[in-house]
Design a protein around this ligand. Structure first.
Ligand SMILES: [Zn+2]
Length: 267
């Protein structure tokens, strides 16, 4: 069995992902971990995946509030890429729409297409269009070329990485802005192995190899450690507010819990 990223021989880890009930393999060449048997997840993402988050989302969305995490996601992109007013966006796995809310406040997108299988998240705004499907089931002819493609915490859920990047390339994005868990971080790696339906577990090295192999060119790639928000260490309410005032949302740090990058297809 070979690594889906670098094609070198995989090693057994002896670990099993309990959601898929499938064994995990390790590639020590590009430093990544994989489940190598496919599992049909289409119904899972439509019905199961987000079911526990519903109440909180509706509350925040009614108030049009943006959390520190969404602000940080916007700030990183705005710092590393020139975003104009009135661009077109495509967000794959848009979830709650938190990134739409901040990009809409800051850059007034002409159109923001959200590809999200769970219909309960749909936002009714004039410049938002929904495709309630998985990306691999969407007809790419319906997507506008030269859009900014955003995809946070989705790539690790995609079984067939090669078809994914072929499809991404076919929609001719202006750039690809993404984030995945950084599995170079031990806590993240253990969490990713056990608690999530992840087929792949990436590190900076494996993500670089994967994207470059698929014809993408790096504009930025960083290991990020959150400060004003954190899934493992909850900052207290006052500090959360203080960090927000000083816009100290996160830092670039070796082994930070997220791996975030901006890439574009080379011409
Ligand atoms: Zn590999």
């Amino acid at each position: 069995m070979n690594c889906p990223i670098c094609s070198n021989k995989l090693k057994e880890t002896g670990k099993i992902n309990p959601i898929f009930n499938k064994p995990l393999f390790f590639c020590d060449t590009c430093v990544s971990w994989h489940i190598i048997e496919n599992v049909d997840v289409s119904t899972y993402y439509k019905e199961e995946y987000h079911k526990n988050y519903q109440y909180k989302i509706n509350f925040l969305r009614k108030l049009n509030l943006t959390g520190n995490r969404a602000i940080a996601n916007y700030a990183y992109f705005n710092k590393n890429f020139k975003i104009s007013i009135g661009e077109e966006f495509i967000e794959i796995g848009g979830g709650t729409g938190d990134k739409f809310i901040i990009f809409n406040k800051k850059k007034k997108p002409k159109q923001y297409v959200i590809i999200e299988p769970d219909v309960r998240f749909n936002i009714n705004k004039p410049n938002v269009a929904y495709m309630n499907n998985l990306f691999n089931e969407v007809n790419s002819e319906n997507l506008n070329p030269n859009s900014i493609v955003i995809m946070f915490h989705v790539l690790e859920h995609v079984f067939d990485l090669n078809s994914f990047f072929e499809k991404l390339k076919s929609i001719k994005p202006k750039c690809f802005y993404f984030e995945v868990p950084n599995c170079n971080n031990q806590k993240v790696r253990e969490d990713s192995f056990i608690n999530h339906p992840h087929f792949h577990h990436f590190t900076k090295k494996s993500v670089s190899v994967l994207l470059e192999k698929n014809g993408l060119k790096k504009l930025s790639l960083d290991e990020i450690e959150p400060i004003s928000y954190h899934p493992y260490i909850k900052p207290n309410k006052i500090m959360k507010y203080v960090h927000r005032i000083f816009a100290k949302h996160e830092e670039i740090k070796e082994n930070g819990i997220y791996l975030r990058g901006i890439y574009k297809f080379s011409d």
